[in-house]
Design a protein around this ligand. Structure first.
Ligand code: ADP
Ligand code: MG
Length: 242
């Protein structure tokens, strides 16, 4: 059984069908990247999977439990999924350390000393422990994203979702973040990552799902998708970008 099993997921907004029967599995320890044209439904897919959006129909099983059921425990589901956004979403009035300990103390009710120990462990994993007392305003974009990743990891999620984690960063900082996400990949952290960044896609993916107009058009390893693909839509998408 895969950790995440998505079957025929449909999401409509009014008369517009944004996800049109999406099916895939994410195994524990696996990393999948979702790519595809702007507006094809990538962010909506991630948001349906953790119920930030209500799926219209279809099935999402997380660890064998049906997450679209009316009785599903959405709060528990969200604690199993660490979500990292394009724009970091750090609390500007809190230090780096407090940004990472906040949810541990408030949601997990962890004693302060234990929360701090966990937070420092995850900050060290992202090479950010020495910035523990800094405020977000003094950090670069790359450093901010590394703190946001440490904050997600500190909650010990079963899977990390990334929505375009490098797209707000300049190329140098993007590479620095790719290096650290690659470290998680090599440690077999389970990851589902939406990105336009070919460099990131190649360095962290076991496979890439190509989403087009709300449908999975292909799923394959990076080397099979990124150059000379037989499907002209896929070939032209990557031809344009590489
Ligand atoms: P992507 O992340 O692939 O760029 P999105 O998932 O953000 O695409 O959006 C897919 C489509 O769904 C877009 O056409 C977008 O305008 C539409 N959409 C997303 N969220 C909403 C919403 N809350 N209400 C109406 N339309 C939406
Ligand atoms: Mg998006």
């Amino acid at each position: 059984m895969a950790l995440l099993e998505v079957r025929n997921l449909v999401k409509t907004f009014g008369t517009k069908t944004v996800l049109d029967g999406v099916t895939f599995d994410l195994e524990e320890g696996q990393t999948k990247v979702i790519m595809g044209p702007s507006g094809c439904g990538k962010s909506t897919l991630l948001r349906c999977l953790n119920r930030l959006e209500e799926p219209t129909s279809g099935s999402v099983r997380f660890d064998g439990k049906e997450m679209t059921a009316p009785t599903a425990d959405v709060r528990a589901l969200r604690q199993l999924i660490g979500f990292v956004f394009q724009n970091f979403a750090l609390y500007r009035h809190l230090t780096v350390l407090d940004n990472v300990t906040l949810a541990l103390r408030q949601l997990k009710k962890m004693p302060a000393a234990l929360a701090e120990e966990r937070a420092l462990h995850e900050l060290a994993r992202m090479d950010m422990a020495e910035k523990r007392d800094a405020y977000p305003a003094s950090l670069s974009g790359g450093q901010s994203q590394r703190v946001a990743i440490a904050r997600a990891l500190a909650m010990e999620p079963r899977v990390l979702f990334f929505d375009e984690p490098t797209s707000a960063l300049d190329p140098v900082m993007a590479r620095e973040v790719v290096t650290l996400i690659n470290r998680l990949y090599l440690e077999n952290v389970t990851i589902l990552c939406v990105t336009h960044d070919l460099y990131l896609a190649q360095y962290i993916s076991d496979s890439i799902i190509f989403l087009d107009q709300g449908k999975v058009r292909a799923e394959d390893k990076a080397e099979n998708l990124l150059s000379g693909h037989a499907d002209p839509v896929i070939a032209s998408f990557f031809g344009r970008k590489s």
